[in-house]
Write a protein that binds this ligand. Structure first.
Ligand SMILES: [Zn+2]
Length: 327
């Protein structure tokens, strides 16, 4: 991870609040950074950590990105910095890792400088992990800051949420997002706009889609659903087209796409195919289908056979569209 220590342009207002809190020495011991995937929570958390140590900050307390402290944050080697993630092949953040983090946070640093821990995603803490963290939050070591990052803050226990200072990351204005994507040079404007639609307006996610080419995959899924709706293919064939290996990614995308359908009309610049379909589908049936997709995603996580799950989801999709066409 060698992203520069640079704030994203739409985060400036939120940064001013954070910078003031640092200046006035009232930055919370526990902060919850929440918001949709791809809004830049992670970037913000690292910039915030670096700002607490940077020796030569720029205007508004922004970290310089060049001093020893900044460089150590960038390489995740800063002595006061701990980053907690889900290890590969694990479902949640291990209690051992949380205990080590709490210990590190509790140790007084010889130079009296801040300590920062980033837990990302915080909703991957299990119950024991949450309990261990709560103890640290209730009796916070001086100058310690725990940054919890989450796309699903409601999945966190209320006892934990209520003890955190809240920072909510919103989807930026479309023009600002497109401008940022254009400056990244990752794609032509038309392609960038498509990626932004696919990412539900979240620019960082849109950039990832452009960079890892999953946008093409999504276009093919969208085409498969529209083909099914138009009777140009059948559910079994469509399931094979999606493929077992892509089943989890497909279902996650489908879930997001359906939420877009439910909001259709509100989606800035939403694709015409989504809007056209949305007008034909009965709202209550769409709501039910969203739950079914979520349920099938869970079945996949519990090792249900991917082909069968895909077929089930696509058969129900065709039935939903048929219902819309009859009404
Ligand atoms: Zn610096």
């Amino acid at each position: 991870m060698s992203e520069p220590l640079q704030l994203l342009p739409w985060q400036a207002p939120m940064w001013r609040l954070a910078a003031q809190a640092i200046e006035q020495d009232r930055l919370g011991h526990a902060l919850l950074l929440s918001g949709l995937r791809g809004t830049g929570k992670r970037v913000f958390a690292r910039v915030l950590a670096a700002a607490l140590w940077c020796k030569t900050p720029l205007a508004e307390r922004l970290p310089c990105g060049r001093c020893d402290d900044c460089r150590q944050v960038l390489s995740e080697a800063h002595p006061g910095y701990t980053a907690l993630r889900v290890e590969e092949d694990k479902r949640d953040i291990s209690i051992e890792a949380v205990r080590i983090l709490c210990e590190r946070m509790g140790m007084t640093s010889h130079d009296g400088r801040s300590k920062v821990a980033i837990v990302d995603p915080a909703d991957s803490l299990n119950r024991n992990g949450v309990n261990a963290l709560l103890k640290t939050i209730e009796e916070p070591p001086p100058r310690s800051h725990l940054l919890l990052v989450s796309e699903r803050p409601l999945a966190l226990p209320a006892t934990l949420r209520s003890r955190c200072q809240q920072m909510r990351f919103a989807i930026p204005a479309r023009a600002e997002a497109l401008n940022w994507l254009a400056q990244s040079g990752a794609a032509a404007p038309a392609e960038a706009a498509l990626a932004l639609d696919a990412a539900h307006g979240a620019p960082v996610l849109a950039l990832q889609l452009l960079q890892d080419k999953s946008l093409e995959l999504q276009q093919s899924w969208r085409a498969a659903l529209l083909d099914l709706a138009a009777g140009r293919t059948d559910p079994l064939k469509a399931a094979t087209t999606v493929g077992e290996a892509q089943a989890p990614a497909f279902l996650r995308w489908l879930y997001g796409w359906l939420l877009d359908l439910l909001r259709a009309g509100l989606v800035p610049g939403g694709a015409a195919d989504i809007e056209a379909l949305a007008r034909t589908l009965p709202r209550h049936a769409l709501d039910r289908y969203v739950s079914e997709v979520q349920e099938n995603l869970r079945r996949l996580e519990f090792n249900a056979k991917a082909q069968m799950v895909l077929e089930a989801v696509l058969i129900r999709w065709r039935a939903l569209v048929a219902l819309g066409q009859r009404s």
